[in-house]
Design a protein around this ligand. Structure first.
Ligand code: EPZ
Length: 415
């Protein structure tokens, strides 16, 4: 399937933000550590979410899913080997490592390898688990892990890795003794996982900070939990409005989580209340000077491709430094096909704003670059066709439908 976008349409109206993919994946994975039933709402059927649910079913969990709500009974799990083929489709499968080791003291997890944006190693996960007494053997591209003799310890992460933090927090929750995790990621999705585990009975102090003290408990109990709103989805619609002009309201979102983006914008363009954001502009946006991606609360790397597209039609020059992933500028060549003026050197893209992009045939290489190309197509004069949109469906359920409800003209065409 590909998207055909007739660009240049202004956007008006409202859009509801769904549960965050990068919150739902660790919550669903960590439910494996709960000896009971976990119920999670605001769970849209994104491809990654459906694949994570299938991974749990293949471990033996009883999972019911419908109407944006998932109910996971982990008491029936009878396997600690994560499905190899499915985990190749979903890098987030590595998040099952901490939960399986926590509950069953053993785990066999395929090395899911790199992806379009980078090598995605898991050395930080492994060295931290070893500090807690886990043995890790690699064989045939799989990790065989044993936590029989694990116990609490002090662990400092060499980099505040989101996935490593999530694995360690879940694992330490059921590891005897006290574990101190230092330099833990503070992304809102990581904090949400901390709250999820505390609600299930984990003893975690320092929730929301970069230093956690976790006293292992015997068991985690059944809970009901709501994920945080998707901040990247929020940034996507916000940026879509800035690239096409018009006025839209984003509902059921969290303005604080997109502060890094809002802070770049003129004060009269965005107004926020507790759970909604209103964005309106009838004029072109000024360029942003220098943007550097980094761990929260720095500028989010997942928003980089969105602001890259926006910069191509902002007035003036913008420098974007991508400091988190080594190959996250794949969109530049596609945007140049649409008339963008971008110089790329090492980890820095220099963008010189043009008046308007021109429609072209382009291809997305990953989830967030795909979203960036949709935004470019919304702005472009004429028609843009975006191929390999399956990447986009991994993290957005109704992107085309929601944008069309706001006034865009996107056709989903089966090849
Ligand atoms: C999570 O990936 C997100 N995925 C990513 O979103 C997001 O871009 C990333 O965090 C950063 O915010 C999910 O939550 C499912 P990291 P994760 O471990 O956990 C290096 C999307 O599009 N690193 O914080 O894999 C790594 O190579 C995705 O929704 C090591 O070197 O991110 C990268 O350069 C893309 N060794 C940097 O750290 C390790 O052991 C950040 O990775 C782990 C990470």
């Amino acid at each position: 399937m590909y998207y055909q976008i007739n660009g240049g349409k202004k956007l008006f109206g409202e859009v509801e933000i769904g549960g965050a993919k990068n919150c739902l994946l660790p919550l669903i994975a960590s439910s494996v550590a709960i000896d009971g039933i976990s119920e999670i709402d605001k769970c849209p059927p994104m491809t990654d979410v459906l694949n994570m649910i299938e991974l749990l079913r293949r471990l033996g969990a009883k999972v019911e899913y419908g109407e944006n709500r998932v109910q996971i009974d982990s008491r029936t799990i009878n396997c600690v080997q994560v499905d190899e083929n499915l985990s190749k489709k979903l890098r987030g499968s590595v998040l099952l490592l901490g939960a399986l080791l926590a509950r069953f003291k053993r785990a066999v997890v395929p090395l899911s390898g790199g992806c379009a944006i980078g090598k995605r190693p898991i050395d930080i996960h492994i060295s931290a688990l070893k500090r807690l007494g886990v043995t890790v053997e690699e064989e045939n591209e799989k990790l065989y892990c044993d936590a029989t003799n694990s116990k609490g310890n002090y662990v400092r992460l060499t980099y505040p890795s989101v996935g490593a933090s999530e694995n360690l927090i879940t694992f330490a929750s059921l590891t005897k003794g006290t574990t101190v995790l230092d330099n833990v990621a503070m992304e809102p999705e990581v904090v949400a996982l901390e709250k999820f585990l505390v609600l299930a009975g984990a003893k975690i102090s320092g929730v929301g900070s970069s230093r956690l003290e976790i006293c292992g408990v015997e068991k985690l109990n059944s809970i009901f939990f709501s994920p945080i709103p998707d901040r990247i989805e929020t940034a996507t619609y916000l940026t879509a409005c800035l690239m096409t002009q018009g006025k839209i309201t984003l509902r059921n979102t969290c303005p604080l989580h997109v502060k890094c983006l809002i802070d770049l914008l003129p004060f009269d363009v965005v107004t926020c209340c507790d759970d909604c954001i209103c964005v309106q502009t009838q004029r072109k946006i000024e360029s942003f000077g220098k943007i550097v991606t980094g761990p929260y609360p720095m500028f989010a790397t997942d928003m980089q491709s969105l602001v890259l597209s926006l910069s191509t039609v902002a007035m003036g020059q913008t420098l974007i430094f991508e400091k988190v992933f080594e190959n996250r500028f794949s969109n530049c060549q596609e945007l140049v096909k649409m008339g963008a003026k971008i110089d790329l050197f090492d980890d820095c893209a220099t963008i010189f704003g043009v008046d308007q992009l021109c429609g072209a045939d382009v291809k997305c290489s990953d989830l967030r670059s795909g979203a960036g190309l949709v935004l470019a197509g919304l702005n472009a004069k004429g028609t843009t066709r975006i191929f390999d949109v399956f990447h986009i469906l991994r993290g957005y359920c109704d992107l085309a439908k929601n944008l069309n409800n706001l006034g865009s003209e996107i056709f989903e065409i089966k090849e």
